[in-house]
Design a protein around this ligand. Structure first.
Ligand SMILES: [Mg+2]
Length: 294
């Protein structure tokens, strides 16, 4: 398996210093920036896993660069290690206060710097893994309930216009579990969520609210497109064949309830509540249906 090389941004006003870092960090992709302005330009365009940042630079000093980088929410998690010839306590304190995770004084010991870089990258990887586990359903890999509500609430606050919620439920799921056993029930859930994930576009929020119940939140200016894609999903599930544990091909269907934000919708819970009422209707009128709230 190809392991993705991590990218380190090295920022210094002296070319010779950058050369030393590039030489030392041969296991990584190193992007060099002469000075703060260039560093900020690069950060705006490239995905960077860690930054080595000189403090004393003409124009913009390292503290300012660090502060500016951290102003952007998307950069919050990028570890920044300061490298500087200043070793007074105030300089070190300021480096941490500004948002640095570590501090190395020049002239640095190459092996020590390398070890510090590696440990920060490992920490970052661990944090990302934990964040993934805390926000995704382990079985299906889609958002868990907590993350779904977090993202959905954000969508509702930021842009309630043309926002739709759909509540989805696998029909007679208990019967599938009772007839074929829970491992097969799990296969059905995975097949259903996999098919839906393939169809949804990236802007949609799709989460498992519990058991066999799911929700989608999406924006669209054309209501027909929303209804059509939900119908497409329903038909796609209807055509799925899932292999049971004992080798039988089994079928399943889903019911969907859809609601759109209107001037009376005060919050996300109300929107989901309305979609849920439509889901209830779909269930009560024969299942394998998409019912849209008018
Ligand atoms: Mg310098």
């Amino acid at each position: 398996m190809m392991v993705k090389r991590q990218t380190i941004l090295a920022v210094d006003d002296t070319v010779a210093n950058l050369d030393i870092l590039v030489n030392l960090l041969q296991d990584f992709d190193v992007i060099e920036a002469i000075g703060g302005e260039e560093a900020l330009d690069i950060i705006a365009q490239e995905e960077v896993d860690l930054i080595l940042l000189d403090i004393m630079m003409p124009g913009m000093d390292g503290y300012t660069v660090c502060r500016k980088i951290k102003e952007n929410d998307q950069n919050q998690d990028i570890p920044i290690i300061f490298i500087t010839s200043r070793s007074d306590e105030n300089a070190i304190e300021k480096a941490y206060d500004t948002g640095g995770v570590d501090y190395v004084t020049k002239p640095f010991k190459p092996k020590e710097l390398l070890a510090r870089v590696k440990i920060q990258l490992e920490h970052q990887e661990m944090i990302e893994k934990l964040e993934f586990m805390a926000s995704h359903d382990p079985m299906t890999g889609i958002y868990n309930r907590r993350k779904f509500f977090e993202l959905a609430n954000r969508k509702f606050k930021e842009q309630p216009e043309n926002l739709y919620a759909a509540m989805l439920d696998i029909d007679k799921f208990k019967k599938i579990n009772d007839s074929y056993g829970h491992p097969t029930g799990d296969r059905v859930i995975k097949a259903v969520t996999g098919a839906i994930s393939d169809i949804l576009d990236e802007g949609s929020v799709f989460g498992r609210l519990g058991g066999e119940e799911f929700a989608i939140l999406c924006h669209h200016s054309d209501q027909n497109v929303v209804v059509n894609s939900l119908e497409f999903i329903r038909k796609k599930i209807e055509s799925l064949e899932v292999l049971s544990e004992s080798g039988e091909l089994i079928k399943c269907t889903i019911s969907e309830g859809v609601a759109k934000v209107d001037e009376t919708t005060r919050n996300l819970d109300e929107l989901l509540q309305r979609a849920d009422e439509m889901l209830y209707k779909a269930k009560g009128s024969g299942r394998n249906k998409t019912i849209f709230r008018i």
